[in-house]
Write a protein that binds this ligand. Structure first.
Ligand code: F6P
Length: 342
């Protein structure tokens, strides 16, 4: 059996841990051969490969990023994309493909396996934690730790200057990073894409915080939107999955707060810092277990499935089901956090 592996979409800490686990178990226990495809779906599309064996995965467990590279290439976008992907797999004698990615990369895997009979197994990743069917994706815990540490640090400088500090974190459609890091870091306001916010209400919380002589920290997800307005965009170019580039809502909100309250406000955009560097212990553990179970799914010829965390068990769910909708923050979870606002 020869197994192809690819990592697609935005990178996140833990991708290398999956690759290592897949290859180690596949070679040691099942005697499989592996081939890596470079830069997500671009690899099979353009027949761009890299050797993948035990030697190639030595020492990569704690390394961020992905040794295979990543991109947001969408083979379904080009007219002959499916034919080219199929041709590469035949040429490289690939019997099964493990795709490690988020909703976009796995959405392609779902289509290719459902409609075109490709033998795919999916592994869920994304710092946004917005894939349904799994309790957690790896990368999320590391991102939350990075954001929490940043919020901790911002508290002391905010207090020294009695300023409002707005912290913009990632989270396109789902505010999981904002909610978890905001709670863990003791934020005074948390704003998510799931619920439009009222700027006057935010200002009221900011002012009540100053009244008790503390400086407010506002954590906002990049996809959060004011009640009367649209998403704030970096620019309006679209990637090949049709996503716009976000970022800027933190800066916009800081200006509004200054204007409406007269208090000084500054913004910190954490950006890709949240995706870089070494994975947390939890993410290494989860990514490793996903990898071990993904190669078991290949051995069982259980294709069209994604491995997922349910409680402490790793289960398999249909790829089509897992990518049908994203997992957003439930209003009741957000309501829990509101006791700390203001
Ligand atoms: O999907 C994960 C994510 O980190 C989002 O939170 C963010 O909007 C996006 O990727 C940014 O991606 P990039 O800048 O790499 O295109």
């Amino acid at each position: 059996m020869r197994v192809g592996v690819l990592t697609g979409g935005g990178d996140c800490p833990g991708l290398n841990a999956v690759i290592r686990a897949v290859v180690r178990k596949g070679v040691q226990e099942y005697g499989y051969d592996f081939i890596g495809f470079r830069d997500g779906w671009r690899g099979p599309l353009e027949n761009d490969t890299v050797p993948l064996d035990i030697r190639a995965v030595r020492g990569i467990l704690p390394r961020g990023g992905t040794i295979l590279g990543s991109s947001r290439t969408n083979p379904l976008k080009s007219e002959d994309g499916i034919r080219r992907v199929k041709e590469t797999l035949v040429k490289q004698e690939v019997d099964a493909l493990i795709a490690i990615g988020g909703e976009d990369t796995l959405g392609v895997a779902a289509r290719l396996s459902g409609d075109y009979g490709l033998r795919c197994v999916g592994v869920p990743k994304t710092i946004d934690n917005d894939l349904s069917a799994t309790d957690y994706t790896f990368g999320f815990d590391t991102a939350v730790n990075i954001a929490t540490e940043a919020i901790d640090r911002l508290h002391t400088t905010a207090e020294s200057h009695m300023r409002v500090l707005v912290v913009e974190v990632m989270g396109r459609h789902a505010g999981w990073i904002a909610l978890h890091s905001g709670l863990a870091g003791g934020a005074n306001v948390i704003l998510l894409p799931e619920q439009r916010f009222d700027v006057d209400q935010v200002c009221a919380w900011v002012e009540s915080r100053f009244k008790i002589r503390y400086a407010p920290i506002v954590v906002i997800a990049e996809g959060a939107m004011p009640r009367d307005g649209d998403a704030v965009l970096k620019d309006d170019t679209l990637d090949s999955f049709g996503h716009v580039r976000l970022s800027g809502v933190g800066e916009w909100l800081a200006k509004e707060i200054e204007k409406r309250t007269g208090k000084e406000a500054r913004t910190t955009v954490l950006g890709h810092v949240q995706r870089g560097g070494t994975p947390s212990a939890f993410d290494r553990w989860l990514a490793t277990r996903f990898g071990l179970h993904a190669i078991d799914a290949v051995r069982d010829e259980d294709f069209g499935k994604m491995v997922a965390l349910r409680g402490t068990d790793i289960i398999r769910v249909p790829l089509a089901e897992a990518t049908a909708r994203i997992k957003t923050v439930d209003p009741s979870l957000y309501a829990e956090a509101e006791v700390f606002f203001g």
